[in-house]
Write a protein that binds this ligand. Structure first.
Ligand code: ADP
Ligand code: MG
Length: 301
């Protein structure tokens, strides 16, 4: 298992992370969420041993992960890390980029394994294409396949689907996460996409104000966000008398002690998000229809 013990880190004098503590059991999937700049990538780099912590320790099983000042070669066999930069070999094919990481296998088995991985990232038609001729999203998929090639025990992914379009993202996400589960590979995914979290994470670490705001299951976080930053990650929401209500938890009604003037109406697929002005405070309510701008409506929860 992974153990992160009282980790502190600054870039120069700027404190980025403080008192970070958490554990992740083998085979479990964790998402790290937090606003842009909250330190998600920095935390992954610390876990990988690419940065030296100011204080604290990281262990995978009994091995302490050491930073560059204690460890000349960054990286361990049991851990792989896919950064946002990919770092592929541009002048050779997709297949060769992946196969190069399968050196401990016999040639035939190597090819078979490379094809299995190419299938996981849905790049069959590009197996022989040189990486330099791929799009950003396709390169990101090669980088994912390559990280899986050595079957690490734990995989660190930094915004793994950020370059991949919505047409492909849903099926690719299922394919990758199911592959990881089937091979018993633990993973930590830094993400700003709630869809990476809701259906796939066993637990979620929320970074806020340089530290861990919460560690919980996606279900608990969604159903009981408690903090506006957590609610905001999932959906449009309101704070009424200190309580958090998602837009779909409020409804337009015939009469109530709460009313507002319609200021905007936005289609969201299931229905409409209606923006109501309540004494200069905005409320957002989900409704089956669009409502007339400037009309007055009651709402309740
Ligand atoms: P996230 O991945 O959550 O967006 P990062 O871990 O990339 O956040 O960055 C956390 C903070 O550290 C940001 O304020 C960022 O500007 C700063 N930062 C990141 N890398 C460096 C660096 N190499 N030198 C100085 N500051 C950095
Ligand atoms: Mg980042």
């Amino acid at each position: 298992m992974l153990r992160v013990d009282n980790l502190h880190f600054s870039y120069g004098k700027t404190e980025i992370l403080k008192s970070i503590n958490f554990n992740l059991k083998a085979r479990r999937h964790m998402s790290i969420i937090g606003e842009s700049g909250s330190g998600k990538s920095t935390l992954l780099k610390l876990i990988y041993g690419e940065l030296d912590a100011n204080k604290g320790q990281v262990f995978w099983r009994d091995t302490e992960i050491l930073g560059p000042s204690h460890n000349l070669v960054v990286g361990y066999d049991f851990m792989k890390y896919v950064t946002q930069e990919f770092d592929l070999m541009p002048f050779i094919s997709v297949e060769d980029n992946i196969a190069k990481h399968l050196s401990r296998f016999y040639p035939e088995e190597r090819l078979e394994r490379a094809h299995e991985l190419i299938k996981v990232v849905e790049l069959e038609e590009f197996a022989q294409t040189k990486v330099k001729n791929l799009s950003g999203g396709q390169k990101q998929r090669v980088a994912l396949a390559r990280a899986l090639a050595k079957q690490p025990e734990i995989l660190l992914l930094d915004e793994p689907f950020s370059h991949i379009d919505n047409f492909k993202k849903q099926s690719l996400r299922r394919s990758i996460f199911n592959f990881l589960k089937s091979k018993n590979i633990a993973c930590i995914v830094a993400t700003h996409d709630r869809n990476d979290v809701l259906g796939f994470a066993d637990e979620v670490l929320v970074l806020h104000n340089q530290t861990v705001l919460r560690q919980d299951t996606p279900q608990q976080l969604y159903q009981s966000p408690k903090h506006p930053k957590i609610a905001a990650f999932f959906e449009e929401f309101n704070v009424i008398d200190g309580e958090i209500y998602y837009a779909h938890q409020l409804k337009i009604v015939e009469s109530s002690n709460m009313q507002g003037v319609v200021k905007g109406c936005y289609f969201n697929g299931r229905g409409w998000l209606v923006e109501l002005d309540v004494n200069n405070e905005m409320r957002i309510v989900e409704h089956s229809d669009c409502l007339e701008i400037n009309s007055l409506h009651y709402f309740s929860y």
